[in-house]
Design a protein around this ligand. Structure first.
Ligand code: G6P
Length: 612
C-alpha cells in the first residue's frame, strides 16, 4: 500500500507529482506529501488526501524539476502531519518516500538514538533515512554505497525513493517486496508504484526487481545495480494501457463505472481464448505446462479478499468440470502453516493488483516446495504475474475503486476458461457440453447488460435499507461465494455489518439474529438445490426477517415468499456467479451513496495491500 511517485527532468515536477498521486490515491489516503529539490529540499505534507495537500501548498514555493510524492496507508505511527511522508534525515539533506514496512526499525532506532540521532516522527521510514545519513556521514562512503549498506541492514519490505541535496541531479530508488516502476521519457524519468501515473507521459518502462537500486541522473542513462553492487541491464517494456480507463468518464464514482464496465471486461477476458469453430479453448499460459496441469494431484487456489471469493467459485467449477481436487487457502494463513505441498500440486494465485504481499509470500513458499505456481492477475507486469511460472491475465482494465467489482467477474471468467480447457484435454467433458458452455459463456456480457438495467430499481431498494445496522447474505453451491462477496462489498463501502453464509448453515447460528429489522439477501436463482434455498427463505420469513431475493426471471415460489425481488435472466448454474453478483454490487454501492460514504476510498482500506 502507499503510493509513491518521482520525477526528474526539465519540466516543473509539482504538477506531475500531484497528478501521479491522484492516480495512486487508491493505494492509501491517510496523508500525502511531496518534496521538491531546488537548491534546498522543500518538503510539504499533511494528514488527509491529495486534495488536502493541494490546498496546503497554495502560496508556497513549489518550484523544482526534481521531486518525490507520497500518499500513505498508515502502518507505523498514526496518520498525522508528522508521520506523513516524505521524511527528512536529521540534517534535512536527504528526503525519502517509502512503501512497505521496516520490521527491525526499533532495534536500529535505539542504536541511532544512542549515537545521538534525533527523530521527528514515529515511523519506520524515518529510521531508514536516518540510518542512511548516519552511514553516509560516518563511514566515508558515497550516497549510493550508504544506501546499499543501510538496505543490507534492514529487514522487511520497501520501495523507496530518495532525494539528496548533495546530489542535486539525482534520484535514487530501491525496491524489495514493494513494487516500483521507472518510466523513461525524453531526457526525463518518472517513478511510481505502478504504471498508472506514468502512462500519460511515456510508454517505456522498467520494472525494478527486488534488491535492485535505480540511480537516475538528469540527462544520463538509467543505472541499475543490486544492493550488493552488481550491475544490471535495464529491461525496457512497452506499456499498453488505455488512458480513458484511468478516468471516471462521466460516472460519479470509479466503482459505479467499473460495475457498468463488466459486459466489456468479461468480454475482454474471453477474447481470443475461445474458438467456437474448432470447439477449443486456449489459455496460452497453460500450454507450456500442460502435462503438469493434466497430471496434477491437486490444485490449490490462494488469494485474499474478493480474489479469494473468486477462488472459492473456482473450487466449485474445477472440481465439477475437471475432476481434480481443489483447495482454497487464504494466502495469509497458507504462508504460515507449513502446508503440505509438492511438485505434484499446482498453486494458482489470484490477485487483481498482482502485488498483495501475503499472496506473493504464499507463491514463493509453494515454489520452494516444488509446486507449479500459476497466476491469475489483472495488472500486467505486476510482481505476482512475474513471480509465477506462468499465468493468465484477466484483461479487465485498471480497477481503481477500492471495492473490487469487475476484477471478480473477470477472475471467475478466466477460471472458467481454464477449467474448460483442462476438462477437454483430460477428456472429462463431451464436445457438445463444451460447446454449450462456451455459447452460454459468450452470452454472459449481454446478460450482465440486462441486469445493469435494474440499477434504478436497486437504488429504490437501497433507500429502504440505508439505515440497516446488519445484513445477512445467503447463497448455496456456486452462489455461496457470491453471498460472501455481497456481504464484503456492503461492509467495505457502507460500513454496515454484513455476514455472508451458506444458506443451510444459517440454522447453526445466524438464524438467532433474525428479526423484523434484519434484511437478508438470498441468492435464489435456478439451480439443482433451488428447493432447498426456498426452504431457507421460509425459515427466515417464519422469523419475520426481511428477504431480498435475487431470483431467475419468471420465478414464482421464492419470489412469492420474498419481500423484495430482483429478477435476473437465466444462465447455466455454473456461470451464475458472474451474473448474481451484479445486483449485490449495485445494492452496496447505492446504500453507501445514500449513507454519504466515501465510495472509491473507504476508510482504513487500500486497494493494493503490500504489507502482510
Ligand atoms: C484489498 C482490496 C480488495 C482485494 C484484496 C486482494 O483488500 O481492498 O478489494 O480484493 O486486497 O487484492 P488483490 O489485488 O490481491 O486481488
Amino acid at each position: 500500500m502507499c503510493g509513491i511517485v518521482g520525477y526528474i527532468g526539465s519540466k516543473e515536477a509539482y504538477p506531475i507529482l500531484i497528478n501521479g498521486l491522484k492516480r495512486l490515491e487508491y493505494r492509501g489516503y491517510d496523508s500525502a506529501g511531496i518534496a521538491l529539490l531546488n537548491g534546498d529540499i522543500n518538503l510539504y505534507k499533511t494528514k488527509g488526501k491529495v486534495a488536502d495537500l493541494e490546498a496546503y501548498v497554495v502560496g508556497k514555493n513549489i518550484k523544482g524539476t526534481i521531486g518525490i510524492g507520497h500518499t500513505r496507508w498508515a502502518t507505523h505511527g498514526e496518520p498525522n502531519d508528522v508521520n506523513a511522508h516524505p521524511h527528512f534525515s536529521e540534517s534535512k539533506n536527504l528526503a525519502v518516500i517509502h512503501n512497505g514496512i521496516i520490521e527491525n526499525y526499533d532495534v536500529i532506532k535505539e542504536k541511532l538514538k544512542n549515537d545521538g540521532v534525533h527523530f521527528r516522527s514515529n515511523t519506520d521510514t524515518e529510521v531508514l533515512i536516518q540510518l542512511i545519513e548516519y552511514i553516509y556521514k560516518h563511514e566515508n562512503v558515497d550516497l549510493i554505497k550508504a544506501i546499499q549498506l543501510a538496505l543490507g541492514q534492514v529487514i522487511g519490505a520497501y520501495s523507496i525513493v530518495i532525494l539528496s541535496k548533495d546530489n542535486p541531479n539525482t534520484i535514487i530508488a530501491a525496491r524489495k517486496g514493494s513494487p516500483l516502476v521507472v518510466g523513461i521519457g525524453k531526457d526525463e524519468y518518472f517513478l511510481a508504484s505502478d504504471a498508472s501515473p506514468i502512462v500519460e507521459h511515456t510508454r517505456d518502462v522498467v520494472y525494478i526487481n527486488d534488491e535492485e537500486i535505480a540511480i537516475i541522473r538528469k540527462g544520463e542513462e538509467l543505472v541499475l545495480k543490486t544492493i550488493k553492487n552488481q550491475k544490471k541491464t535495464p529491461f525496457i517494456e512497452k506499456l499498453e494501457m488505455d488512458l480513458n480507463a484511468l478516468e471516471k468518464e462521466g460516472y460519479d464514482h470509479f466503482m459505479l463505472k467499473e460495475i457498468f464496465e463488466q459486459p466489456r471486461s468479461i468480454r475482454d477476458s474471453i477474447r481470443g481464448r475461445v474458438n467456437l469453430k474448432k470447439d477449443t479453448i486456449t489459455m496460452s499460459g497453460i500450454i507450456d505446462f500442460e502435462e503438469r496441469f493434466l497430471n496434477a494431484r491437486r490444485i490449490i487456489f490462494t488469494a485474499a479478499g474478493t480474489s479469494w471469493h473468486a477462488a472459492l467459485v473456482g473450487e466449485y467449477i474445477i472440481e465439477e468440470l475437471v475432476k481434480i481436487p481443489v483447495e482454497v487457502e487464504y494466502a495469509s494463513e497458507f504462508r504460515y502453516r507449513n502446508p503440505i505441498i509438492d511438485d505434484k500440486d499446482i498453486l494458482i494465485a489470484i490477485s487483481q493488483s498482482g502485488e498483495t504481499a501475503d499472496t506473493l509470500a504464499a507463491m514463493r513458499l509453494a515454489k520452494e516446495k516444488g509446486a507449479l505456481v500459476y497466476s491469475i492477475c489483472n495488472v500486467v507486469g505486476s510482481t505476482i504475474a512475474r513471480t509465477s511460472h506462468a499465468g493468465s491475465y484477466t484483461h479487465a482494465g485498471p480497477e481503481i475503486g477500492v471495492a473490487s467489482t469487475k476484477a471478480f467477474t473477470s477472475q471467475v471468467t478466466v477460471i472458467f476458461l481454464i477449467a474448460l480447457m483442462l476438462a477437454q484435454k483430460k477428456g472429462k467433458i463431451s464436445n457438445e457440453k463444451l460447446r454449450k458452455l462456451i455459447i452460454e459463456l459468450e452470452k454472459i456480457p449481454s446478460v450482465v447488460e440486462e441486469i445493469l438495467q435494474l440499477n434504478d430499481q436497486i437504488k429504490e431498494l437501497a433507500r429502504i435499507f440505508t439505515y440497516a445496522r446488519n445484513f445477512l447474505y445467503l447463497g448455496r453451491g456456486y452462489n455461496f461465494p457470491v453471498a460472501l462477496e455481497g456481504a464484503l462489498k456492503l461492509k467495505e463501502i457502507s460500513y454496515i455489518h454484513a455476514e455472508g453464509y451458506p444458506a443451510a448453515e444459517m440454522k447453526h447460528g445466524p438464524i438467532a439474529l433474525i428479526d423484523k429489522k434484519m434484511p437478508v439477501v438470498v441468492i435464489a436463482v435456478d439451480s439443482l438445490i433451488y428447493e432447498k434455498i426456498v426452504s431457507n427463505i421460509q425459515e427466515i420469513k417464519a422469523r419475520k426477517g426481511k428477504v431480498i431475493a435475487v431470483v431467475t426471471k419468471g420465478d414464482k415460489t421464492a419470489a412469492a415468499l420474498a419481500d423484495y425481488v430482483l429478477e435476473i435472466p437465466p444462465t447455466e448454474e455454473i456461470l451464475s456467479p458472474l451474473v448474481s453478483v451484479i445486483p449485490l454490487q449495485l445494492l452496496s454501492y447505492h446504500i453507501a451513496v445514500m449513507r454519504d460514504c466515501e465510495i472509491d476510498q473507504p476508510r482504513n482500506l487500500a486497494k493494493s495491500v503490500t504489507v502482510e
